[in-house]
Design a protein around this ligand. Structure first.
Ligand SMILES: C[S@@+](CC[C@H](N)C(=O)[O-])C[C@H]1O[C@@H](n2cnc3c(N)ncnc32)[C@H](O)[C@@H]1O
Length: 389
């Protein structure tokens, strides 16, 4: 990930405009962490300044890191030049700079919450990795929309580049957890969902993509006759998944072993070389589902005095039934303004955000935290903490 090292560092003044970026403020945590607010190419992110024995390391903060590395690179270069820093080590001047324009194929969740509607057939691939199967489906089905979900940023970058090089028009790439994404799709709208070689997570089963809830949500999003297709090389995962699929009513279930597909993924090639068995489970939906309301945003509807929150701050985990909110750290911008770092969500998966407390309002960063079912419950815990109720 882009970063630079420097022996000496002098804080610039804030707010400052430089190059393609605006640097709004610096904030300090009680434990001495230092974060700088940067706005680059319509992207709000925090840069992190770590002091170590050699000097300073300046990089992005994980929670607000943009999906496109080039935007982060630009922010770091602008910050280095604004602060007139001499670097001793840096990887921010590489060629990736060229792709600074935001890819039209990469869609944020706001797009799915607010805009996405289509009468075309929709295919969804979960965890597309190197993207071979995703690109193949998109080229084979130019009249369909192919949505690719992935959480590994280098894979996303690689596939975005391929979309551009191959002039593919019908792919939407999403950097979001597949376990929650389907909540954003209308009922009865999807033709096929592919889950190929998901991580088996034998030691952490709660991280698996396939679960009763994921299958329920897939079934709701699938058209009558639409399919959810799992392909795995893991005996354990196959058995576990089969026991989850069989719980469903009004479905057809097909199981295949060592079936050849039109395209073989990188993982598949590896398993075939090792002569491993490959299992497919195909669930065909046999039911129409009710429409659901679209996913909104979480909002705070009151002000709060930052000083008061700061005075009673302590790291704490609040728990509900199957969900939680961890209030991790507090950062001060000035005596009236600052923010909290929080992680929250369902017990088996979590999200991270900052909660900004300014004089007139309280907001999340990344802004627009989406009101998924899990987030809504955890948001109530965060409100209880902030307003001390
Ligand atoms: C073992 S790889 C398989 C990649 C590809 N499907 C193939 O067959 O080559 C699993 C992929 O799923 C992605 N992944 C894991 N959990 C995910 C989640 N919850 N949402 C979206 N992608 C996920 C990983 O980043 C990884 O790229």
């Amino acid at each position: 990930m882009p970063n630079f090292h420097t022996k000496e560092f002098k804080e610039p003044s804030y707010p400052s405009l430089y190059g393609k970026s605006e640097f709004e403020f610096v904030a300090f945590s009680q434990r001495g962490e230092r974060l700088v607010m940067s706005h680059t190419q319509n992207c709000d992110m925090l840069l992190k300044i770590n002091k170590n024995e050699k000097g300073y390391l300046i990089k992005s903060d994980k929670i607000t890191r943009p999906s496109q590395v080039a935007i982060l690179q630009q922010a770091l270069k602008d910050y280095r030049d604004l602060s007139k820093t001499k670097t001793i080590n840096s990887n921010i001047d590489s060629k990736k700079e060229k792709s600074l324009k935001v890819s039209p194929y990469l869609k944020g969740m706001e797009y799915f919450a607010d805009e996405f509607k289509s009468n075309k057939d929709i295919l969804v691939e979960v965890g597309f990795g190197s993207g071979r199967h995703l690109l193949h489906q998109a080229k084979k089905n130019p009249d369909k929309i192919v949505i690719g979900l992935e959480i590994h940023k280098p894979s996303i970058e690689q596939v975005l580049k391929q979309c551009e090089l191959q002039g593919i028009q019908n792919i939407l790439i999403v950097d979001y957890d597949a376990r929650t994404f389907l909540e954003f799709l209308s009922s009865n709208s999807v033709s096929q969902i592919f889950v190929h070689f998901p991580v088996p997570w034998d030691k952490k089963p709660h991280r698996r993509v396939i679960s009763e809830r994921f299958i329920d949500e897939s079934k709701r999003a699938l058209k009558f006759g639409g399919t959810l297709e799992l392909r795995t090389d893991s005996d354990n995962y196959f058995e576990y998944s089969f026991s989850e699929f069989i719980k469903q009513k009004k479905i057809e279930l097909h199981v295949n072993k060592n079936r050849d597909l039109e395209i073989s993924s990188k993982y598949e090639d590896r398993w075939k070389r090792q002569e491993k068995d490959i299992y497919d489970i195909t669930m065909i939906n046999q039911e129409y589902s009710e429409e659901i309301s679209s996913v909104g945003r979480l909002k705070f509807d009151k002000k709060v005095d930052f000083k008061e929150v700061k005075n009673r701050f302590k790291e704490v985990t609040l728990r509900g039934d199957g969900f939680f909110a961890h209030i991790e750290e507090i950062y001060e911008i000035n005596e009236d303004e600052g923010f909290l770092r929080v992680s929250y969500g369902a017990s088996q998966r979590n999200e991270h955000s900052y909660v900004f407390i300014k004089k007139d309002d309280v907001t999340y960063l990344p802004n627009n935290v989406l009101a998924t079912k899990d987030n809504q419950k955890a948001h109530e815990l965060i409100k209880e903490y902030i307003w001390n109720t």
